[in-house]
Design a binder for this molecule. Sequence first.
Ligand SMILES: Nc1ncnc2c1ncn2[C@@H]1O[C@H](COP(=O)(O)OP(=O)(O)OP(=O)(O)O)[C@@H](O)[C@H]1O
Ligand SMILES: [Mg+2]
Length: 645
Amino acid sequence: MSEVKKQGPNMAPGPRGPRGGGPGFRSVEKPKDIKKTLRRLLNYMKDYRLQLVIVFVALILSSLAGVAGTYFLKPIINGLVAFVGQDSPDLSGFIRTLLIMGIIYAVGAAATFLYNRLMLNVSTGTMRKIRVDMFRHMQSLPIKYYDTHTHGELMSRFTNDTDTLREILSRGLPHLVTSAVTLIGVFVMMLVISPLLTALIVIMLFIMLYAVRKIGGKSASFFIRQQRDLGEVNGYIEEMIVGQKVVKVFSREEKIIEDFEKLNEKLRKSGSGAHTFAGILMPIMANLSYVNYALTASIGAAMAISGYLDIGSIASFLQYTRTFSRPITEMSQQFNTLLAALAGAERIFEMMDAPPEVDEGSVTLVNAEIATDGTISESDRKTGKWAWKRVKPDGSVSYVRLRGDVRFENVVFGYEESKTVLNNVSFYAKPGQKIALVGSTGAGKTTITNLINRFYDVQSGRILYDGIDVREIKKDDLRRSLAMVLQDTHLFTGTVRDNIRYGRLDATDEEVERAAKIANADFFISHLPQGYDTMLTGDGANLSQGQRQLLAIARAAVADPPVLILDEATSSIDTRTEALIQSGMDKLMEGKTVFVIAHRLSTVRNADAIMVIENGEIIERGDHDFLIEQRGKYYQLYTGMFELE
Ligand SMILES: Nc1ncnc2c1ncn2[C@@H]1O[C@H](COP(=O)(O)OP(=O)(O)OP(=O)(O)O)[C@@H](O)[C@H]1O
Ligand SMILES: [Mg+2]
């Protein structure tokens, strides 16, 4: 809480108060390691080294110009006083002083313009670099990272945290420097003019600071409470916007308005508490500074009358008195924002430091030419055939044909070390086989597919792909060799065509349309306003769930890899369309290894092998007829859910 107490009379949150609430929200907080964070920030700014040096010089110039300009009040007023009673005063010296003063102010103004302009450059450029690095790093993070960090939290690093940081870079830091230089400059000049009056000012200053601490401290606790309440209100709004449909389904409008009013009232109380004290502080400070001014003026006048000081000195001293307290209050305000910004920077760097997905794999996927005797050679052109290329330590190269043979050997896995989800799972899928995974919700079906493409790594046991441990295969190449239709479909902003082409970026329009036909998506696409060129926005909100799934299947179809994983791909599609997709897919799937996860009997009954997963273990394996005969779990699952013909 100590940093809050340092706050000046203006108790408003920094230039960017907390927004968005939710998980990203934090009340006033201290950065953990200021030095380290600053060093990293400076490192980001090192391309602008020259500009920063100029900025620094300009900052000093601009603040010193202000200090020096004020000093010129002294000779000018003294000159004017000297003119009193003269008939034809000699104005040349006076005009020269005026000119010098004018030049000093002009230099100050030019320096101010220069540093503002340059800092804008430096701050926007630095922020661009930081954002690009953040985004790039985000792409390298393992799926596990997203399991443990909410969207709101990650988003707020890209928005709130970068915003506060930019603000502090472009304005906060320069302000801090000018305030410090001005403070020192003014103090020195006051000492030069009158040590006695300076002592008086310093005493008054201590009294003012004492008042700030006393009243500000009280205010601070309310201030923290206000930020927390604001966060709650924002979080609540956010949640209710997202959950609007559920609210309406259960007619909870009245209830949530009531809850919202309670939160809002809490915010009103803490807000009014914070601002009452801030409101008391402001007039007290203002009055104290008037008292200060009056005292200085009276004592100064007395000194002038008794000949200790000239009028001009008193005039510039009074001017300094007014400028003295400003940098102090400004610095104390900026200090808080600076701390908040550094804490934000730390969150940004923390994300950048999150370990990226490790890829120790060295086996790559290459286009292959297969001679009649079965020997494999690498080819530059697209041959439609693929091979795994392994370079041995001695430099020799060996190729293994990509066929799509997947084997699990005693695989043990849990999302958290302590909680096993897959327990000693072993199975095989021969090239071209269609394997169905069935089992109750939460049994571990999706988990199995997550391991094949290495979203996660096994804890023990191994997964062989064409005889190669998947951990030895480069992740990009591994994932390129499998297409996956995920359990929840995601569509990107873009046309329908773009979205299908996401599966393989170099696919021609004809290939995209052929894939759509295979997925049986062609029919509904042709009925969209602009057909394949219809824009999809907001994750395809303008499509039905089933249509979204059809696009996802088309996307996998256009990728046309040797292994296909369909996770509940047809759960929202009507039975007739599904049968049509089946026939299309059967064509596509020829010679491919396919994993299908489905709850529907019709989807899995023609599979070569059906595996029943229960509590992370395979409890039955066989084809449909065999499993029905067994009268085991499979039989139960489906006779319970579907009527068998
Ligand atoms: N990202 C995750 N982090 C932690 N636990 C998870 C995660 N994903 C799944 N689990 C847990 O792992 C278990 C298996 O989940 P999985 O998604 O494999 O089930 P499923 O068989 O695909 O179920 P469904 O039929 O509902 O899709 C569940 O108990 C689930 O709670
Ligand atoms: Mg699942």
